[in-house]
Design a protein around this ligand. Structure first.
Ligand SMILES: [Zn+2]
Ligand SMILES: [Zn+2]
Length: 311
């Protein structure tokens, strides 16, 4: 791996509550190596909850719905229970997550990026949330700048503020229902499985893989990250068409999150699905060119940048 190192902010300090919580989960996950805690039902609940908290909670709800509004849920209140699923991934409250991610899109791979591998692989992967400076603290000003839409929603404000109770409650429920095996596999190990797979989008999918679109950042499409993240690894496509609900744009770019959104629309629970314009004859993405004749579905995006405060 070769990355060009750039200077980090000068006044970094350790985010102790996050470091202690994440550290405890990582230590707890080591218990999977004890045969006494193994059970096939524990493995099954691990995989089910990886999909529910990571695939549905983070990839579909935190990212494609709340950050980019690439589709609409009907009724709208459905986004609240799905957001709670996202909190159970232990990636923080939804408003802070969305703010950090919108900042990533606004400054992708430059010195103000939330998490760029230009500052090292592990910085982009996980160190960025351990060491914060004044510009990245989750203050009311930070929220108002990057997430004015979510910040004015009292339900989202409440979930964001008390997000930590949901992963703790899930851990308690797992222990109550399945004992230590379910807690270790479905709680601790599943959480680090979700964390590291979704973090690969920020690290690996800005380093390795191919680029289908000449975006101004270094985002890539990386098949094995896409497999682990329900389609989020088609990250260069996503940077090119940020509000598209579909990230896998070529036929081989399997995108389970988009298929889930389509499934929700089939049963009447989702709509206003935003997609880039694709030629019906050649199958190629026309990148929003006004000359495109046939559109598969509504064109909604071009490689423009997120404008702070103007969601
Ligand atoms: Zn990115
Ligand atoms: Zn995004």
């Amino acid at each position: 791996m070769t990355t060009t190192m750039t200077a980090r902010p000068a006044s970094l300090h350790v985010a102790w509550p996050s470091v202690i919580w994440m550290g405890a989960i990582h230590v707890g996950a080591l218990l999977v190596f004890l045969p006494a805690y193994f059970s096939w039902s524990g493995v099954a609940i691990c995989l089910l909850l990886h999909w529910l908290t990571g695939g549905i909670g983070i990839c579909m709800t935190y990212h494609r719905l709340l950050t980019h509004r690439s589709f609409t849920l009907w009724p709208k209140w459905l986004e609240y229970p799905l957001t709670v699923l996202g909190t159970m991934a232990s990636e923080g409250g939804e408003i802070g997550w969305v703010a950090d991610h919108r900042r990533h899109h606004a400054y992708s791979d430059d010195e103000n990026d939330t998490h760029t591998p230009a500052q090292g692989f592990f910085w982009a992967h996980m160190v960025w949330w351990m060491l914060v400076d004044d510009s990245s603290k989750h203050t009311a000003e930070y929220y108002k700048k990057w997430t004015p839409d979510l910040y004015k929603d009292p339900v989202h404000r409440w979930i964001d503020r008390y997000h930590i109770i949901f992963p703790i409650a899930l851990m308690g429920l797992l222990y109550y229902l399945g004992g230590m095996s379910w807690l270790v596999w479905g709680g601790f190990f599943r959480t680090i499985f979700v964390l590291h797979t979704t973090w690969l989008v920020n690290s690996a999918s800005h380093i390795w893989g191919y680029r289908s679109h000449p975006t101004r950042d270094k985002s890539t499409n990386l098949w094995w990250v896409a497999l682990l993240t329900y389609g989020e690894g088609w990250h260069n496509n996503h940077h090119a068409f940020q509000t598209s609900a579909r990230h896998g744009l070529d036929w081989w770019e399997v995108d389970p999150t988009y298929l889930t959104i389509k499934l929700l629309s089939l049963v009447g629970l989702a709509g206003n699905i935003k997609l880039p314009r694709i030629s019906r004859t050649t199958g190629t993405v026309l990148a929003g060119s006004p000359a495109s004749v046939e559109s598969q579905e509504e064109l909604v995006d071009d490689p423009t940048q997120f404008v702070p405060g103007g969601v």
